[in-house]
Design a protein around this ligand. Structure first.
Ligand code: SF4
Length: 327
């Protein structure tokens, strides 16, 4: 591991000042960053420990939404009564992630910044990885690419985003609140994570030195919800495909639907066309199949992952039916 300096800060101004130093990275629980440092994938020169910043509470917003502080642990967020009652989709997604030990440590802010689980990204013995070393190529294009993207990828990178929580937040239209030296701003969730394009080294649209302070959830009428995670083993595995499905029902008719997919793209993938096809309809099998097909329209499979196209469609049907109480 490279040598680095470390400082623990207790106020935001100090955190932002320290983060302005070249090669700085914020350190939360470190459940991803420290692994990456041990493997030589990340080599920050300066770590700014933000675990003592006052962002560890969950509180109601005046218009009925919820603000979840960036330092709230994944376990605390998942079990909070207001999250469970109003945003069951988020609670389920959080509980589908990692292991209990990791969820007790990992923070909401850190969860948003998890890096891809592409094998070639983690293994520095492979020279070609544009995300790790821009301009070096992509070993996954011609290599083992069973876990990789089928939507939104580029010839520079076909990695997928690993978070479960992020998929639920995409479906719920969350907002990410950040602070930087130039002040505070709110980033709509759809604009927070990036597609790889020609700069896959950038996972998010955060500016250098910007600190996540909270995630805001708008009021939600989507009480019928289900997070389905399909993976190679029953626990402590990343999603091959996941579906966050939430419904607002009027009798047996869908008033509005939200569907986001994980495990298939460089960012949580909102299936807006599928949502439109479900709105105003009863959940008949042909309607569900049409919506599921629309969600994967334009998919471009690689050598090992064409199965994800069928799997994603079946998972969407199953998740929506379960959310509606039909399965
Ligand atoms: Fe690197 Fe992305 Fe290619 Fe994986 S898919 S090797 S992360 S460039």
């Amino acid at each position: 591991m490279n040598s680095f300096s470390y400082i623990q800060v207790s106020d935001v101004e100090s955190a932002l000042r320290e983060a302005a130093r070249p090669g700085s990275r914020f350190l939360g629980a470190g459940t991803n960053l420290l692994d990456l440092m041990k493997g030589g994938v990340e080599r920050p020169a300066h770590l700014v420990d933000v675990t003592r910043l006052p962002f560890a509470e969950i509180r109601e917003l005046p218009e009925g939404g919820l603000r979840i502080g960036a330092m709230v642990s994944n376990s605390a967020a998942a079990s909070h009564p207001l999250v469970r009652a109003r945003y069951p989709l988020l609670s389920q997604a959080l509980l589908a992630g990692a292991s209990p030990q990791l969820r007790n440590m990992a923070t909401v802010g850190g969860n948003l910044l998890q890096r891809t689980r592409c094998h070639y990204f983690y293994d520095t013995a492979f020279a070609a990885c544009n995300k790790r070393k821009p301009g070096s190529g992509c070993a996954a294009l011609e290599g083992e690419n069973r876990i990789h993207a089928i939507l939104g990828a580029s010839e520079s990178c076909i990695a997928v985003h690993p978070s479960d929580m992020a998929v639920a937040l995409a479906a719920l239209d969350a907002t990410v609140r950040v602070r930087g030296l130039k002040g505070e701003r709110a980033i709509a969730y759809a604009d927070f994570h990036r597609l790889p394009g020609e700069t896959p080294q950038r996972d998010t649209n955060l500016a250098q030195g910007e600190l996540i302070t909270a995630v805001d959830l708008p009021p939600s009428a989507f009480s019928k919800a289900f997070y389905l995670k399909v993976r190679d083993r029953a626990s402590y595995a990343f999603a091959l495909v996941s579906v966050a499905a939430a419904l607002e029902l009027e009798g047996d008719t869908v008033r509005a639907a939200r569907i986001a997919l994980g495990g298939i793209a460089h960012k949580p993938w909102r299936a807006e066309r599928a949502e439109e096809l479900l709105a105003g309809k009863r959940l008949e099998p042909h309607t569900l199949r049409a919506a599921a097909a629309a969600a994967v329209e334009g998919a471009k499979p690689r050598r090992d992952n064409a199965f994800k196209i069928t799997l994603a469609q079946r998972a969407i049907v199953r998740a929506v039916q379960t959310a509606a109480g039909m399965a």
